[in-house]
Design a protein around this ligand. Structure first.
Ligand SMILES: Nc1nc2c(ncn2[C@@H]2O[C@H](COP(=O)(O)OP(=O)(O)OP(=O)(O)O)[C@@H](O)[C@H]2O)c(=O)[nH]1
Ligand SMILES: [Mg+2]
Length: 472
């Protein structure tokens, strides 16, 4: 017979063993281009976790389905120098009496939760022990990843590259003012700080207009439109030098204190202290990553916006390609081992279109995904709505039922029922843009009764793909 003391020892030994085998900390990074749905995703995720297991609203998350998820608590974040994710503010917006979307955010922020669960291990089941996982969630703009290629380009090469992007007539039109005032700069004359600041401002205005008027995301340098804590810093006072033609002297050969050399040295400073620093201080510490992609808005806006998003995604994925270019691996030692691509705002389309949305997403990321797999990273593609703002149903159309959505139109407080159209299952061809295309309206979030779970589409699958294996 086993004595009580030896049973206790056995239990303690088993507990130590499992404690050691459990990975008790995970850093989950959430990114995506501006307005992709990062804040909504993090707010909904934290809300589901803080609500605890009472609602059974997350059946696709294994630990919740098996009744092993015991609850979560918000705890102080680990890094005091990083801004906190404004959870309280965002959840108040979504769960308030007059629900509205959280404000746009800038830069990086983080939030820490402790999640309690009962491990699946046979050993633990007998001991009836609980375990804790510390989850750090980090929000950062996908635009910052678009700066990675800058690390491989000299100032001269970057300027040349930016000149090529001006071949696109719509961009060139918006760049006119900048090109005019920049054309007056003598690259070989002594640098005039004020003049450079003025031209740099015109360049920034051009980038901001490319973003707001053309819906473009592929913007370099990324911090010019999303400066975060660098707002107003002289570090952001430079621009590509695109006025080489006709110059008799190569500005690379100019005197030390000339305008060209100042631009070049600021560019190099940006490479070193902004781009590299982000990878060094943040990126290399991420364990898991979700990339949110709003494929629907560019479908609404038009061909150029969609193609620009495609280029931006391909570039973003370079940051997860640790094999082929070798650049990332050489400079940093990233450790992300799971990557989820999520088409966000799936509640904008009827459920019969979700398969097409997923297929479209898969095609958008197919090249990057292949390389990601080659780098040994597990990846998944899903279509989600972090905060479901519509009800799916059907309407009678010419005597037959037709899928439809009902929701409150954003800014109008009017309940409407509509069919937003078909999502192309493949990358849209010319005929799609020439035809009626796709047309959706933005919806306001629904009112959520206190203590009721936040309505969502496949948030549980997102959690399962991102963190499922951490709860075994
Ligand atoms: N219907 C619906 N709309 C959403 C959802 N998630 C985000 N949105 C819409 O997309 C907008 C942007 O969402 P955010 O979560 O603020 O996106 P973000 O990526 O944090 O944006 P920035 O902070 O500006 O970079 C919101 O204001 C909503 O209009 C969703 O799940 N469903
Ligand atoms: Mg945000």
């Amino acid at each position: 017979m086993v004595s009580k003391a030896s049973l206790m020892n056995l239990k303690r030994g088993a507990k130590d063993l499992v404690n050691r085998s459990l990975d008790r900390h995970v850093k989950l990074a959430v990114t995506g281009l501006s307005r992709a749905g990062k804040t909504a995703f993090i707010t909904a995720l934290v809300d589901h976790l803080l609500q605890g297991p009472v609602h059974h609203q997350l059946p696709l998350w294994q630990v919740a389905r098996e009744g092993r998820f015991l609850g979560a608590q918000k705890v102080p974040q680990a890094h005091f120098h990083i801004p906190s994710f404004k959870y309280e503010q965002s959840i108040k917006a979504l769960r308030g009496d007059a629900p509205h979307w959280p404000e746009p955010t800038e830069g990086v922020s983080e939030i820490r939760l402790k999640i309690k669960y009962r491990p699946d291990s046979l050993l633990w089941r007998n001991i009836n022990q609980t375990a804790e996982l510390t989850l750090d969630i980090v929000d950062y703009p996908g635009e910052w990843l678009l700066d990675l290629p800058l690390l491989q380009m000299t100032f001269e090469q970057w300027s040349e590259h930016m000149m090529q992007t001006l071949e696109e007539p719509a961009r060139a039109e918006l760049a006119k003012d900048w090109l005019n005032i920049g054309g007056q700069l003598d690259p070989l004359a002594e640098a005039d700080e004020q003049q450079i600041a003025r031209i740099s401002q015109a360049y920034t205005d051009f980038l901001l207009r490319s973003k707001s008027e053309l819906g473009l995301h592929h913007i370099q340098p990324g911090r010019f439109v999303l400066p975060g804590e660098l707002q107003g810093a002289p570090l952001l006072s430079f621009f590509p030098f695109v006025w080489r033609q006709g110059l008799e002297v190569n500005p690379e050969q100019g005197p030390k204190n000339c305008a060209y050399k100042m631009l070049k040295s600021r560019y190099e400073h940006y490479q070193e202290h902004v781009v590299k620093q982000f990878y060094d201080q943040h990126f290399v510490h991420f364990d898991r990553q979700i990339v949110l992609l709003d494929c629907l808005t560019p479908l609404n806006v038009g061909r150029q916006s969609f193609q620009d998003m495609q280029i931006a995604i391909e570039q973003i994925l370079q940051s997860f390609n640790y094999g082929q270019t070798g650049l990332l691996r050489r400079l940093f030692a990233p450790k992300i081992d799971k990557l989820v691509f999520a088409a966000s705002k799936a509640d904008h389309v009827t459920p019969d279109q979700h398969e097409n949305l997923l297929s479209l997403l898969s095609q958008l990321v197919v090249n990057g995904q292949r390389e990601v797999a080659f780098s040994g990273i597990e990846s998944h593609s899903i279509a989600i709505a972090s905060v479901k703002a519509t009800q799916a149903g059907s309407v009678d159309y010419q005597g037959a039922p037709h899928p439809a959505l009902t929701g409150n139109v954003l800014g109008q407080d009017e309940l409407i029922t509509l069919y937003p159209g078909e999502v192309p299952a493949d990358l849209p061809q010319q005929s799609f843009w020439q035809g009626q295309g796709f047309d959706f309206v933005n919806f306001a979030p629904q009112k959520i009764e206190p203590n009721k779970p936040m309505p969502h589409i496949r948030m549980d699958l997102a959690i399962e793909h991102l963190l499922g294996d951490k709860f075994l």
